[in-house]
Write a protein that binds this ligand. Sequence first.
Ligand SMILES: C[S@@+](CC[C@H](N)C(=O)[O-])C[C@H]1O[C@@H](n2cnc3c(N)ncnc32)[C@H](O)[C@@H]1O
Length: 271
Amino acid sequence: MPARASAPNHHGTHFLRSPAVAADLVRSSGVGRDDLVLDLGAGAGAITAPLAATGARVLAVERNARFVDRLSERFADTGNVRVIHADVRTVPLPRRPYRVVANIPFALSTALLRRLLQSPTTRMAGADLVVEWGFARRMTRPSPRDLETAWWASRFHLTLRQRVSRTCFTPPPTVDAAHLSIRPRPGVGPRVSASLWWLLGAAYSSPHRTVQALVADVSGLRRVRGALGAAGVGAGTPAAQVTVDQWAAIARNLAEAPVSWPALPRSLSRV
Ligand SMILES: C[S@@+](CC[C@H](N)C(=O)[O-])C[C@H]1O[C@@H](n2cnc3c(N)ncnc32)[C@H](O)[C@@H]1O
């Protein structure tokens, strides 16, 4: 039965009709039997099924009761799949490291990334998401236009893996989609996060200041020059032109300096 028959298309909901795209998404996620993986917005199970085949423990989250029934029936004999009838915006996230592989409702893309990436102590260990093409392009700009995306992209590698044609969905969206891969950057511990939080906050509130002047507010000039040199950033570069890769390198370098970074706010629900 086509998935379309069972659910109204609210919130940019487009079901994968291409098993090859689902298989490719799961394969490139690298998920294996030791992983805990969430399929957020599981629908009729287009991605749940290839995920289950990896042997990973799969949590299939779905809000629509009719899809929950179909999923429960389809995976009744699959011991490693648990179907959860819940809203992806509020379902409790695992406390142990977990992965996400999902074709998410396009309208919830920002809200979901916020849930997965905002906290400096998130246990999200990697995600492979089908998102709208334009959204993937915005998330993967070398210098994001907004502070929130910069906060995510400086702590995680956000990569546009490939375009997914609109013809791979039913009903087809008006634009193509993309496979967005998200992987934690190595070495981003509490000090690097605190350093990034301060640097990005300063950069996005004073985008025309030179990066040297901005960093010199918290560290001695010699150290600043060393950190900028190591990151390949010219001292006179305006803060707005520094890429997230460069911010990540600067923060890693400065995190070792005797700077007492202001504590991160307790709640980062929004930057
Ligand atoms: C884009 S479809 C993907 C379905 C399936 N994974 C696929 O690829 O064919 C998104 C699914 O998310 C569900 N959904 C929409 N909003 C949701 C929410 N807030 N919480 C949980 N599921 C939601 C829809 O019912 C739909 O089944």
